[in-house]
Design a protein around this ligand. Sequence first.
Ligand code: AMP
Ligand code: ZN
Length: 269
Amino acid sequence: MHTHYSDGDLSPSDVVQLAHRAGLSLVAITDHDHTGGIEEARKAGVQVGVEVVSGVELSTTLDGREIHILGLLFDHTHRGLTEYLEYLRSERLKRAERIVERLNRLQVPLTMEEVLAQAGTAAVGRPHIATVLVNRGFVGSYQQAFARYLRNGGPAWEGKHGITPLETARLISSAGGVSFVAHPGDTLDEPILDRLITEGVDGIEVVHPSHSPERVTRFKTLAQTRRLPRCGGSDFHGGGRNDSGAVGKYFVSLHDVETIRSYRSNSRG
Ligand code: AMP
Ligand code: ZN
């Protein structure tokens, strides 16, 4: 689940409250390039009896293709990881500046100050820029901000720099966690998924709002056959905008969580 430490609309506490009301007993906070929401979510979780585990979602590149990798159950205070996340966030800042420059050249006079005010403590990204474009009346809707300017390959788009899925998996592993190919259903064909697994990403995100029931079954079978840990969830961003995942509707079992835990202890030796 995402919080306002990345492109979610809600605070970590609010997200945990929602999870509690939806009857979930465990959630992972998985902000983009940020682990800042985990502590607050944990404290909120203790209050209501929801276990909160560490998570993060990282954007990686393989042969020019963007692939999201999820890290779960790592030590979120691990020095190497936190330093790397800080680096990624500073790269995001520079990228946002380049996007704003592009927009200015396209006669859209928004400022970096407005974008930063919108992002607050979050890892700054296109969703914040899109929101400013809407609020300032430069576009009619959030979707239009992407369609007209920010979509991949669009006139104001800037790519992110390319850490590979494998480097990311190693980083997560060095912090004691388990890595997963995030929501592979909408973007990845099976040979690439296979390659990612063979090269060292630990598991697959099986359950996701973008996965049809057939895909879920296929990924479950794949995980089972290859003895890979599996995860899943709502990819919740707060309920508005680009949110298709209702809290409590998309989940895996606590048994799956145990499998991830034992996979982690085994791979640590
Ligand atoms: P960034 O990490 O800055 O590249 O922003 C990626 C986020 O932008 C995604 O997680 C989506 O929430 C959003 N996004 C990307 N492409 C689109 C699109 N075509 N329409 C709406 N939202 C999008
Ligand atoms: Zn993602």
